[in-house]
Design a protein around this ligand. Structure first.
Ligand SMILES: O=C(O)C(=O)Cc1ccccc1
Length: 320
């Protein structure tokens, strides 16, 4: 699978990304925004990238949001669900392949600790269990930071002898690849999103997604059903649903949701009106072209035309 490149709604001049150079997020940014003259700005974490965007230091930020093996990227979901509002303006899917890299001359037998990002570690556990069952895991900010830690220690020893990273990170730093294709799932894909400050709404393409965070009014029987029926009765398919703690009190959760469709679609607009009535808060995190590019299937009675006809009928009854 090769990365998919949807249309770019704007061409920000400074596009931040979860770096440093050699992260999977940088690969996503290369696939997403090949615009000439654009500056790519590495930032050391998801939080740093989104804070730089909120502070106006960059015009957009590329961050991972979902992995086909590990699920949602909590750092991104939480940073988007709170703080100054941001919107997703596009998504890109990147196939993920991991290598185990070390300084030249260090054999596999000398590896007692392995550095990498937590999401990468979760995806190579099976390989590690078979080949390095006693290796200690050392968490690093990113896979590329783990690789850089092996060479950038000014003569000091890193806390680990090998890193799990992208092949490009190992190559850039002159590291030796001890093993390749070490991911437990060869078909692993990560979804990355380009995020901007509010005010940008990518055009409707017919193959769009909308991302929302829903906060319930109170905890009651059928509460989640009440939210989901807003989509069901309007023929809206959901492509992701996750609950995340709001962090305000124990047991208090919000729902991070992706639906098929654009806020300019009548059925999505109507669902948002319904949600606004029943939820304590609705955070709109953007409508943007889906990376797969396949048109959303719309049943005849939930098309824009059907909503328009129904509204015209109501107006005629009211004499408005
Ligand atoms: O650390 C990286 O390289 C990232 O871009 C985050 C990440 C880590 C593991 C899988 C996908 C993305």
């Amino acid at each position: 699978m090769t990365p998919t490149t949807p249309t770019i709604p704007t061409s920000p001049t400074r596009h931040g990304y979860f770096g440093p150079e050699g992260t999977f997020t940088q690969m996503a940014l290369h696939a997403w925004a090949p615009a000439a003259g654009q500056e790519h700005v590495p930032l050391p974490s998801v939080e740093a990238a989104l804070n730089a965007l909120r502070a106006g230091e960059v015009d957009a930020a590329m961050v991972p949001i979902e992995n086909s093996v590990e699920g949602g990227v909590s750092a991104t979901l939480d940073a988007l669900a709170s703080g100054d509002p941001l919107v997703v303006v596009g998504e890109v899917l990147v196939p993920i392949t991991f290598v185990l890299a070390a300084r030249p001359g260090v054999p596999l037998g000398e590896v007692r600790a392995v550095g990498t990002h937590s999401h990468a570690w979760a995806q190579v556990r099976g390989w590690m269990g078979t080949h390095l069952p006693d290796a200690v895991y050392v968490p690093t900010l990113s896979t590329a930071a783990a690789a850089a830690g092996l060479v950038g220690t000014d003569g000091e020893q890193a806390a680990y002898q090998a890193a799990v990273c992208a092949p490009v990170a190992a190559r850039n730093l002159g590291l030796e690849v001890l093993a390749e294709g070490i991911g437990d799932n060869a078909a692993a894909v990560t979804r990355f999103v380009s995020v901007a400050r509010p005010g940008q709404l990518p055009e409707r393409t017919g193959a769009d997604k909308t991302t929302l965070v829903l906060f319930q009014r109170d905890d009651h029987a059928g509460g989640l059903l009440e939210l989901l029926e807003q989509f069901a009765v309007r023929g809206i398919n959901m492509s992701r649903l996750e609950s995340r703690p709001t962090k305000s009190s124990m047991g208090d959760y919000c729902f991070s949701i992706d639906i098929e469709g654009h806020v300019l679609d009548e059925r999505v607009g109507e669902a948002l009106l319904g949600l606004k009535r029943v939820c304590a808060d609705v955070r709109f995190l953007g409508s943007y072209p889906a990376a797969h590019g396949t048109a959303v299937r719309v049943t005849p009675h939930t098309s824009d035309a059907a909503f328009g006809e129904a509204r015209a009928w109501l107006h005629s009854l009211r004499g408005t």
